[in-house]
Design a protein around this ligand. Structure first.
Ligand SMILES: [Mg+2]
Length: 175
């Protein structure tokens, strides 16, 4: 497990901090966003006004937003249909299946898209494998569902290795 495979291009406090201006600055036309704990907190499935506002701003600017989630079709559909976002379920991150499907479906080139997620081991690894840029965000809530706990332990070990090699990751408010 090479550390650089898990190194994000950017780190942000929250997905909603990502502005249209900075996306345009980086030539990014599409945002692939992880669902659980990145776009929506698992204990807060209805989302927040802030999140809806962010989705509107991106869409108004012509930036395509696609949820790329490892969860199953029904679960992802139920979670995002009220927000009218496109999605790819069963993405199989850390592999590139979901990312590749979304790029193909919407005719997006690798240099035009960024993947946002809260996990190094899945979101960032999949983005790096697919040759697209990535943004690591802090999980929306610290207390995880039981399912992601083993992942979090691997996550912490990888973060230690990243810090040892590159120094601490600085979570910014802008990319
Ligand atoms: Mg997540």
């Amino acid at each position: 497990m090479a550390v650089e495979h898990y190194m994000p291009d950017f780190a942000l406090e929250r997905a909603y901090d990502l502005t249209v201006t900075s996306l345009e600055k980086h030539g990014i036309k599409a945002v692939f966003v992880d669902l659980d704990n990145t776009l929506i907190a698992w204990n807060h499935p209805e989302g927040t006004p802030e999140m809806r506002q962010w989705l509107h701003e991106l869409r108004d600017a012509g930036i395509r937003v696609v949820v790329v989630s490892n969860n199953n079709y029904d679960r992802v559909k139920r979670a995002v249909e009220r927000f009218e976002i496109d999605f790819e379920a069963r993405a199989l991150k850390p592999f590139t299946f979901g990312i590749d499907r979304a790029m193909k479906r919407f005719g997006i080139q690798p240099n035009e898209v960024v993947m946002i997620g809260d996990q190094l081991m899945t979101d960032v690894r999949a983005a790096n494998r697919a040759g697209i840029r990535s943004i690591l965000v802090k999980p929306l809530i610290e207390t995880d569902s039981i399912k992601t706990k083993p992942n979090r332990m691997r996550e912490r070990r990888m973060m230690k290795r990243i810090i040892a090699k590159y120094g601490p990751i600085e979570y910014k408010t802008e990319i």
